[in-house]
Design a protein around this ligand. Structure first.
Ligand SMILES: NC(=O)c1ccc[n+]([C@@H]2O[C@H](COP(=O)([O-])OP(=O)(O)OC[C@H]3O[C@@H](n4cnc5c(N)ncnc54)[C@H](OP(=O)(O)O)[C@@H]3O)[C@@H](O)[C@H]2O)c1
Length: 285
């Protein structure tokens, strides 16, 4: 049995679908099982990483766990780790492997809030004492949906994270890598940095979206000071917002070069942003 936390989200859903397709038994945690919309064969339980009792209960008979955290990743990972270590030994007796969706930000040379939170999450998972694997993707292709409203309404994409070149990754490739790691052997104690196949700027991503729409789109980078205000209004943490904006606007982002990890894990090249834009064009119309 494979347990997936965060199963209804961007990465979790394609992972669950592929695991079921391959014939694996899957259990998922969702805060709203009635709305999860996962394949019928999936056992969906109410809960989340932040709800320790739900995690402990869901461990029965589980061999591998895929941990996807959303929101306060450091706090949720600590709660998850406490739930696993505190669970009845009988409940976790078959647990062999924990895979965490972490972030390439942990490799960033500039200290910042996102990196610190994911490092703490990795430490919590490492501390459980069960073989672990960390998946460390850079920015997802789907982050470009942040521009959808602006493109639809004004024909302009306003970018909050600067315009540094990087190799964003398709969420389906993260999912494929996760399935490989969850179902294969020899991944314990390893961390995988995941990128897409090509280095591209945000402005070039907007041009690619425009190409599939048949429109000339505008592009602007929001001034860092304004982005700090925006991030602070969401999280309430101005210090983290300042360091995060500095790191995201830096040319030293760890995903500045494309890696071959996805192809090594999955046996096929990762998808380009152009492919993602073509498949998701309706979001921008
Ligand atoms: N976006 C990027 O560019 C990027 C890059 C690198 C790493 N990451 C990391 O990837 C992870 C997110 O993956 P994802 O995008 O697949 O997740 P997601 O779609 O944001 O969320 C996954 C699921 O988590 C549950 N959830 C959402 N908010 C929650 C909250 N506040 N508390 C508890 N559960 C919550 C929801 O499921 P239910 O409603 O069914 O409970 C949701 O479907 C994060 O750790 C992020 O830091 C993201």
């Amino acid at each position: 049995m494979i347990l997936v936390l965060g199963a209804t989200g961007t990465v979790g859903r394609p992972v669950v679908e592929e695991l079921v397709e391959q014939g694996h038994r899957v259990r998922a945690l969702s805060r709203a099982p009635e709305r999860a919309g996962l394949p019928g064969k999936v056992e969906v339980l109410r809960g989340s990483a932040a709800d320790e009792a739900s995690v402990a209960a869901a461990l029965e008979g589980v061999r591998s766990v895929f941990v996807i955290l959303s929101g306060d990743v450091a706090e949720q990972a600590a709660a998850f780790a406490e739930a696993v270590t505190g669970a009845d030994p009988g409940r976790r007796s078959r647990l062999e492997h924990i895979v965490l969706l972490s972030s390439a930000s942990v490799l960033h040379p500039l200290e910042h809030g996102i990196a610190a939170d994911h490092r703490r999450a990795e430490e919590s998972v490492r501390g459980i004492g069960v073989p672990w694997t960390f998946l460390r993707p850079g920015p997802f292709h789907s982050n470009s949906t942040w521009w959808a409203q602006g493109i639809r309404e004004t024909g302009v994409a306003r970018c909050l994270i600067g315009n540094q070149p990087g190799a964003p990754i398709d969420e389906s490739d993260i999912a494929a890598a996760a399935v490989t790691v969850l179902t294969g052997e020899g991944h314990g104690g390893r961390s995988y940095e995941l990128t897409g196949p090509e280095v591209i700027t945000s402005a070039e991503q907007v041009t690619a979206i425009g190409a599939v729409l048949g429109r000339d789109l505008g592009f602007e980078v929001a001034p860092p000071g304004q982005v700090v205000d925006t991030f602070t209004s969401i999280t309430g943490d101005r210090e983290a917002a300042v360091t995060n904006v500095r790191a995201l606007h830096s040319p030293q982002v760890p995903w500045a070069r494309a890696k071959d990890t996805v192809e090594r894990l999955t046996g096929r090249p990762p998808r380009t942003f152009q492919e993602w834009a073509r498949d998701n064009a309706d979001l921008f119309r």
